[in-house]
Design a protein around this ligand. Structure first.
Ligand code: ADP
Ligand code: MG
Length: 691
């Protein structure tokens, strides 16, 4: 957010007035070890202490008064030490009550004038301040009273008063030694206050500020700091994007005959949304800069086909393509599906995953290296260091949120800058996409292929009979049924047990020929066999742990049963639900629980659109958890909240385009900014070695 004078960089906090060795230790517990860390230790809240009232005006509630000490009484009873400090002004007198604060008798004496803030309570027939904040008038009282004061998330042993004084002293000390990374011209254009004022007013808001603005972090000063956070990240993405574009990529030709052939093989036309996304992707492929594009679309929107067509164009240009998916089962599925689509096109398709038999694996890696495979589908095994491609030109990564930034980079590092297409079914708003994947261009498929019916969703609370009759009904019509059990890492065995129990119970009812079991601990060939007989053979019911969560496509499946549904996140439930409703039959999703149905599950009943669901999910859980910012590799924000502050994402982008218009990439005016971004992000995201 800002840079310190280089000579301050290693400045020992201990020498800031009021810190000393003891406080230094307490601050370290909050990971505050430098001036910069202290200044960016932001308030979690504020208190309005501007109004100083008379004792005569008091009632129960929060107040600030100014009064003189009349008497100090220490009660030596059993139990905790209690001290009453009786204070008075022209309108009356009252006690301040403290427990176990022996030092009070040492530091206060009669006739001291105090500013007192805190809670007024009523007991034994009178009003009193219960353990208030206080300060002698004159010293540093203007920091803690008679103003809007910050409230920090503190560690034990540190008081709000002391923390405020420390921050205040640190601001006084550092305020002229801060360098603003945003050039003045840009600050002026966007009406942004200078960084030092922004910091001062973040901690100590202006007197005439509206309190609701302050407490919602909406003042111009606070916004400047929030904006900085998102701006820096956007700016970083921007530089990365430029760096990628400067690399030599492949300028593919559009091979119309090859595309016509694959179109002819598809049993349906592309939807408009698909065609649009494909157009954007093909346009990227034609450019000689490397493509780095995110294709976003709800589960079942038809991303796979779009990526396949792009891959076929790459193959027609003489390049190999790799498609990476999160699980073996999914790799198998995609493999079979793609095999179907490319029938008769003379394209060699390979499959790879780490648990393949050694002989088969070695054979596969050889064929990849010798260029015998045109398209290879696989798990992350695709990008292990022993795999060499002959001529890798195009990479597809399915279900993006499963892979962090580093994996993305690792992979791109493989060939000579192949084009990269990342596909994600996580329905995130544009502001969030820009934040997490700001180094990419976006395409969106916003409509599902037609003929897809709405999936009826219902909840069942401990009603096995109803559940079984539903299952019977569906398999009675020759349709297929998923039954999913949750998987929680720590108790994998227990979960397996519940899936196993569920399986046993269903086998008892429907027979072993009809019910299959799939879980993460099974060997791969076994898994694939089960998947095959569910997708194409006799199995009607597939009991599984969450291995089927992503991407599996079985058009005959018309019933999705999620057991212990309360244990799943909403976006996970949405993904699971998307596994049915892909064929002709009317489909249902049952959320089964052992606990009473809650609001969260009802969101699933009410909403079918992934975007709506993720918004509700955010309201119920908070955005970090949903989107897995941690997984995305972006360091956590201190202030920026991607939903609350989404318009700031656009502001940041406008600032960046202004900067690009006015300055060269390495202009003197951007020196500080470039250095800051380097310090802040490149280290954290381990990017430098790749660029
Ligand atoms: P996603 O990868 O986005 O989840 P898929 O590519 O797996 O979606 O497509 C979901 C299902 O819809 C598949 O069965 C696919 O064959 C089918 N599909 C894809 N595109 C179309 C289309 N344009 N018209 C009809 N069905 C389609
Ligand atoms: Mg998919």
């Amino acid at each position: 957010m800002f840079l310190l004078d280089p000579q301050l960089k290693d400045f020992d906090l201990q020498y800031v007035k009021g810190i000393g060795p003891h406080n230094k230790k307490l601050l370290r517990r909050k990971n505050i070890e430098s001036v910069k860390e202290l200044l960016t230790f932001f308030p979690r809240d504020y208190e309005d202490r501007r109004e100083v009232v008379n004792i005569g005006q008091l009632n129960t509630g929060e107040y600030t008064i100014k009064a003189r000490i009349i008497e100090i009484i220490a009660h030596r009873t059993r139990g905790p030490l209690r001290i009453d400090v009786i204070v008075g002004d022209d309108t009356g007198r009252m006690p301040l009550v403290f427990f176990n604060q022996k030092y009070i008798t040492k530091v206060l004496k009669n006739d001291d004038e105090l500013l007192i803030s805190g809670k007024v309570e009523f007991n034994y027939g009178r009003l009193f301040f219960n353990n208030p904040d206080w300060e002698k008038v004159g010293l540093e009282s203007s920091i803690n009273h008679g103003r809007i004061v910050p409230v920090y998330p503190l560690t034990e042993g540190m008081s709000q008063n002391r923390m405020r004084n420390i921050v205040y002293n640190c601001l006084t000390f550092a305020k002229d030694k801060l360098m603003d990374p945003i050039p003045e011209k840009i600050r002026d254009e966007f009406g942004l206050p200078r960084i030092n004022y922004a910091l001062i007013r973040m901690h100590f808001p202006k007197h005439d500020e509206e309190f609701s603005m302050v407490s919602s972090f909406s003042t111009a000063y606070q916004r400047r700091l929030i904006l900085d956070e998102v701006f820096l990240l956007q700016y970083f993405w921007g530089r990365k994007k430029l760096a990628v574009k400067r690399k030599k990529g492949i300028a593919f030709k559009i091979n119309a005959p090859a595309l016509d052939k694959i179109y002819a093989n598809l049993p349906w036309e592309l939807t408009d949304a698909q065609a649009n996304a494909l157009k954007e992707i093909l346009a990227d492929m034609e450019k000689k800069e490397p493509m780095n594009r995110l294709l976003q679309g709800d589960v079942g929107s038809g991303k796979t086909v779009v990526s396949l067509i792009a891959m076929i164009n790459a193959v027609a240009n003489g390049y190999q393509c790799a498609m990476m998916v999160p699980t073996e089962v999914l790799a198998q599925q995609h493999y079979v599906k793609i095999l179907n689509f490319i029938r008769g096109l003379g394209i060699n398709l390979g499959l790879i995953y780490s648990k393949m038999k050694k002989k088969e694996y070695d054979e596969t890696t050889r064929k990849i290296a010798e260029g015998e495979f045109d398209i290879i589908v696989g798990t992350h095994a695709l990008f292990q260091s022993n795999i060499e491609f002959k001529k890798l030109g195009f990479v597809v990564i399915d279900e993006q949120h499963r892979f962090g930034v580093e994996q993305r980079m690792e992979m791109i590092g493989k060939g000579v800058r192949p084009d990269v297409l990342v596909m994600s079914a996580t329905p995130i708003p544009r502001s969030l996409a820009l934040t997490l994947y700001g180094d990419m261009d976006f395409s969106i498929i916003d409509k599902l292929p037609g003929g897809r019916k709405k999936i009826e969703t219902l909840t069942l609370f401990r009603d096995q009979d109803a559940l079984l009759s539903l299952i019977k009904e569906h398999i009675g019509r020759g349709e297929k049924v998923f039954v999913v059990f949750p998987l929680i890492e720590e108790t994998e065995k227990v979960d397996l047990l519940s899936a196993q129990n569920g399986y046993d119970a269903l086998v008892d009812l429907f027979g072993v020929k009809c019910v299959g079991l799939l879980h993460g601990r099974m060997k791969s060939p076994e898994k694939m066999d089960i998947m095959d007989s569910f997708a194409y053979g006799d199995l009607s019911v597939l009991v599984s742990t969450t291995v089927i969560e992503v991407g599996i496509d079985v058009p005959e499946a018309s019933l999705m049963v999620v057991m212990n549904a309360e244990r799943f996140g909403l976006s996970q439930l949405h993904q699971l639900r998307g596994r049915v409703g892909r064929g002709a039959a009317a489909s249902k999703c049952v959320l089964y629980t052992e606990v009473p149905i809650n609001e969260r599950l009802n969101v699933m009943v009410k909403y079918s659109d992934g975007f709506d669901i993720s918004q509700k999910d955010f309201k119920l859980r908070g955005p970090g958890e949903i989107m897995g910012t941690a997984q995305s590799g972006v360091p956590p924000f201190k202030l920026f909240n991607v939903f609350r502050d989404r318009q700031l994402v656009e502001t940041a982008r406008k600032m960046i385009s202004s900067i690009r218009k006015i300055y060269d990439e390495d202009a003197e005016e951007l020196k500080d900014l470039n250095r800051l971004v380097k310090e802040y992000y490149e280290q954290k995201m381990k990017y430098s070695e790749i660029l």
